[in-house]
Design a binder for this molecule. Sequence first.
Ligand code: AMP
Ligand code: GLY
Length: 438
Amino acid sequence: MGLHRKNHEPLNILLIGSGGREHAIAWKLSQSQIPHCLYVAPGNGGMAPLVEMVDIQPTNFPAIKTFVLDKNIQMVLVGPEDPLVKGIRDFFLQDPALNHVAVIGPSKTGAMLEGSKDFAKQFMIRHGIPTARYQTFCKDSFQEALRFLNSLQPPYVLKADGLAAGKGVLICPTLQEASANLHDLLIERRFEASSDKVVIEEYLVGIELSVFVLTDGLSWLLLPEAKDYKRVGERDTGPNTGGMGSISPVPFADETFMAKVKERIIEPTIRGIRQDRLDYSGFIFFGLMNVKGDPFVIEYNVRLGDPEAESILPRIDADLLELLIATAEKKLDLQTITFKPDWCTSVFLVSGGYPGPFQKGKSITHIHDIPGSILFHAGTKIASDGSLVTNGGRVISVTSLGKTLQEALGHSIENAERIEFEGKYFRKDLGQDLIQLL
Ligand code: AMP
Ligand code: GLY
């Protein structure tokens, strides 16, 4: 799966996905010096000026095939995990009509690093990568699972093995709650096949951060790190969301800490991918916990994070398309990357009620006068009358760069105030925890 392109002819790229992450990727690619033509399937209401949108869902592989052949697409860049876990790379490789197309994203087996918690834990143990102590159980070992829970200290961490739309991790404060949830997952099959296996693990106390690399399966490039704010309420209260915003860089990810991350986590992961012969190309997202200065892996994801992409891509001082071409050609070792020293903040405007029930179709106004910010759309669409309306829980990321964290945050908050739609909500306290660390 190399990259077949003729010199001087624009490279035809299909980006798969529809969120703020994909808008940020499209924005970054639009700055490339390499002539290209970018299509996005299915995209969202904010991407239209940058790209051509295609009404195809990310896991509709036959429709993707038809489009790729029709438009002579040479590179497919996969944003979300679903198509990867369902094997889009394998689908392309196994089809003689498609196997000349470069797919940026791991194979189905590689994507199990995200698609199966048990697979990921076994990988980490096999390759000596620091992670929480754990055991995996199924319906037949329910009694043993209860005994293992008993041997741990609260709170208890239960993880459905498979993908569960971000709801598969349960942190239970009491043994009683943990046992009831375990029953619900394994015996009642709350997430169907996704919870036929459950990982139970030790709770790690620390501060989380998200670290990213781009890899061609042989070498890797470190991208900027970020902190993601998951809870809907200020001071990290209330239910989890898809992400209320993110900030890059992370002050405690200093040279000493990042040296440990590289040595103990990134290097052994890439070595493990090689040893296990995983066909891996694309991004790796390390969800890490900083436990008193030592990094532990909470989870792997096989893609960029959302909302992290919205604060890391603006800090990358490199031509993203050049890096992706090098990834496809397995020549990433020849590339370098530098980061802008600026801070980048992404503050998400969300629909009132989110992550519970919320209304869609609200008219969005005042989005053109936003000095100092870039807007990455997530849940927006163009209505039949041509106006921009809300179309999801997370609506728009107000992203800003600044010489200081306070300056970047100032722009994001000011512009978040300016943009209007009925029911708009955003967190005004993002980054306050990090300011205390400065
Ligand atoms: P996700 O896998 O993204 O749904 O997120 C699960 C969240 O649960 C993580 O972001 C952590 O905040 C938390 N978490 C998962 N595993 C552990 C653990 N072993 N110790 C402490 N917190 C955890
Ligand atoms: N920010 C978490 C994720 O993308 O899964």
